[in-house]
Ligand binder design. Structure first.
Ligand code: SF4
Length: 233
């Protein structure tokens, strides 16, 4: 039986290998993206399909090219611009607050995790994203997608929480504590979108199935393991 550490090592290695061949291409993954584009994209991505955000991306960033331009927008104007993306009231308010925080700091963004913690830059997920992309720290983008894979793979649970709990936060932080942290985070998101789907996960095509607790538990009833072990992507 695998120890937890070797189970995690297997997960990391396989996700990173899979990502190298199957990664999705999105504008916010361009290495030339500014910190502004990276952070605002994370707000746009919350609870929204990445493909939908990708088709909206240009429209938004042509209108608001910088923190300064965003800070000049009224809440009503942001709501109008975000209408076609959905969740527009909540998203507009979040962007409005982030822009106010930017102004309050005279344009200076937090430079340390401590300053980030004390800032009003939004919920934990967004602070983690800021830590990862701006402060270049090893931080998890733990959302429902990463939570779903981890709950299934580690705990055998077919459930995911809108707000992953403290234990899962700590586990996710441990898992992404590698040099390829950013790529591993993106690998989780892409794997959740293509293989470990919310409904009907493609366990028979999954390279993690060998060590996945959910597959082990439910496979006894639902899956043909023989096929699963011979047809990995
Ligand atoms: Fe997800 Fe199934 Fe793969 Fe487990 S075996 S990680 S549940 S797709």
């Amino acid at each position: 039986m695998l120890t937890q550490n070797s189970n995690i090592a297997f997960l990391r290695k396989n996700l990173i290998q899979w990502f190298e061949k199957n990664k999705r291409d999105f504008p916010w993954r361009d290495p030339n993206c500014s910190n502004y584009q990276l952070i605002i994209s994370e707000v746009l991505l919350q609870r929204t399909r990445a493909e939908t955000v990708a088709s909206f991306y240009r429209h938004f960033f042509e209108k608001y090219k910088s923190w300064e331009e965003l800070a000049n927008a009224t809440l009503e104007e942001l709501e109008e611009v975000l209408k076609s993306l959905g969740l527009f009231r909540r998203r507009a308010l979040r962007l409005f607050k982030i822009a106010r925080e930017f102004q309050k700091r005279n344009g200076n963004l937090p430079k340390t995790s401590r300053q980030l913690e004390d800032s009003n830059l939004g919920a934990l997920y967004l602070k983690n994203a800021f830590e990862l992309f701006v402060l270049k720290k090893r931080s998890p983008l733990l959302d429902v997608n990463m939570d779903r894979i981890l709950e299934r793979y580690l705990n055998g649970k077919n459930s995911s929480k809108n707000r992953p709990d403290r234990n899962m936060q700590a586990m996710a932080r441990k898992i992404v504590n590698v040099n390829e942290c950013k790529e591993l985070n993106w690998a989780f998101l892409d794997y959740a979108a293509k293989i470990c789907l919310s409904n009907n996960p493609k366990c028979l095509d999954c390279r993690l199935s060998k060590n996945c607790k959910y597959f082990d538990l439910s496979g006894k009833i639902n899956f043909s393991k023989t096929r699963a072990l011979t047809t990995k992507l």
